[in-house]
Design a binder for this molecule. Structure first.
Ligand code: SAM
Ligand code: DTB
Ligand code: SF4
Length: 328
């Protein structure tokens, strides 16, 4: 019998899973992963910052907030052609998903949004899965993005409801959940996850995983980021999280949300090949590849291809179906 897909997990159950002995947890996650996905298939996504820096928000981890003094090179929205060239290069290099990020608090109905809609159309026409992360959106904007050909929208919960106000004061957890609702209503694929290493407790991680896995539908993708501490941000001196904590998060997410793509996201550049292999074993089946995430360095595609060869991993093909994840 297949392990059932559930969105009625209790905090206690999530807590018990999260606190299992690590190897037992990884073994269970690997078994669930094998039931629902093709192990050895990993999605390769490429990120591009289409509008960098100058953001009005105060997310304490983010180098793009205008109020912090960081080295980020601020630029306004890129031209459509420049973005399409980047998308083509990503496709040629073997990426199947192209994700465009903008340092905006929210989408506004103006000419910049029209330009983003053109970018979405162009990238979709290339046959790539297009993803955007543009801050908060209302239902009408989400629908416009969908009509332009957008496949997925990334909007992270980042941490627990309780810890959120310690990290960001310029918006609330409910604002985040409302945007996730709007994305779902527009029938876009939902991408939502979080960051570890913000100074949160284990309970905060458990609560975030509980919130994600009890949404009306599991997010289709769940990025797990390790904080990249950036000079000039309030979290610049946060100690690096141990790789074991990343593995624990990935494995727990995999068991809670068997069909979602669990993405080993920021922080991968700090990991050895062996450490990454353990993350794949624990159920991670998506990565960002390419020399940059949004503003910080990332693993080069060439090296990732070598690692894939070593581990016998095959890059996932484009899949534009929005999964209707059946829930009980
Ligand atoms: N402005 C939009 C928003 O906040 O949703 C989109 C871009 S924002 C940079 C996308 C995500 O990047 C954030 O939600 C956060 O999870 C992640 N992020 C930003 N800075 C990070 C850092 N220094 N380390 C790890 N993840 C980070
Ligand atoms: C996600 O969860 N991680 C990516 C993507 N979604 C947009 C962003 C990570 C950003 C890391 C810091 C930077 O490069 O600016
Ligand atoms: Fe702005 Fe997004 Fe960075 Fe927050 S995470 S400061 S909203 S770009």
């Amino acid at each position: 019998m297949m392990t059932e897909i559930r969105n009625d997990w209790t905090i206690k159950e999530v807590n018990t899973l999260y606190n299992k002995p690590l190897l037992e947890l990884v073994f269970e996650a690997a078994s669930v992963h094998k039931e629902y996905n093709t192990p050895g298939e990993v999605q390769v996504a490429t990120l591009l910052s289409i509008k960098t820096g100058g953001c009005s928000e105060d997310c304490s981890y983010c180098p793009q907030a205008a109020r912090y003094n960081t080295d980020v090179k601020v630029h306004k929205l890129l031209d459509v052609d420049t973005v399409l060239e980047s998308a083509k290069a990503a496709k040629d290099a073997g990426s199947s998903r192209f994700c465009m990020g903008a340092a905006w608090r929210e989408v506004r109905d103006n000419r910049d949004f029209d330009k983003v809609l053109d970018m979405v159309k162009g990238v979709n026409d290339m046959g790539l899965e297009v993803c955007c992360t543009l801050g908060m959106v209302n239902e009408e904007q989400a629908k416009k993005l969908k009509e332009a050909g957008l496949h997925a929208y990334n909007h992270n919960l980042d941490t627990s409801d309780e810890y959120y106000a310690d990290i960001i004061t310029t918006r609330t957890y409910n604002d985040r959940l409302d945007t996730l609702d709007n994305i779902r209503k527009a029938k876009l694929s939902v991408c939502s996850g979080g960051i570890i290493g913000l100074g949160e407790t284990h309970d905060d991680r458990v609560k975030m995983l509980h919130t994600l896995s009890t949404l009306p539908q599991h997010p289709d993708s769940v990025p797990v980021n390790a904080l990249v501490p950036v000079e000039g941000t309030p979290l610049e001196n946060q100690p690096r999280v141990s790789v074991w904590e990343m593995i624990r998060m990935i494995a727990t997410a995999r068991i809670l949300m068997p069909k979602s793509r669990v993405r080993l996201s920021a922080g991968r550049i700090m990991m050895s090949e062996e450490e990454q292999a353990l993350c794949f074993m624990a159920g991670a089946n998506s990565i960002f590849s390419g020399e940059k995430l949004l503003t910080t360095p990332n693993n080069e595609l060439n090296n990732d291809q070598k690692l894939f060869d070593t581990l016998g991993i095959i890059p996932m093909k484009v899949d534009k179906k929005v999964k209707e994840v059946e829930q009980v």
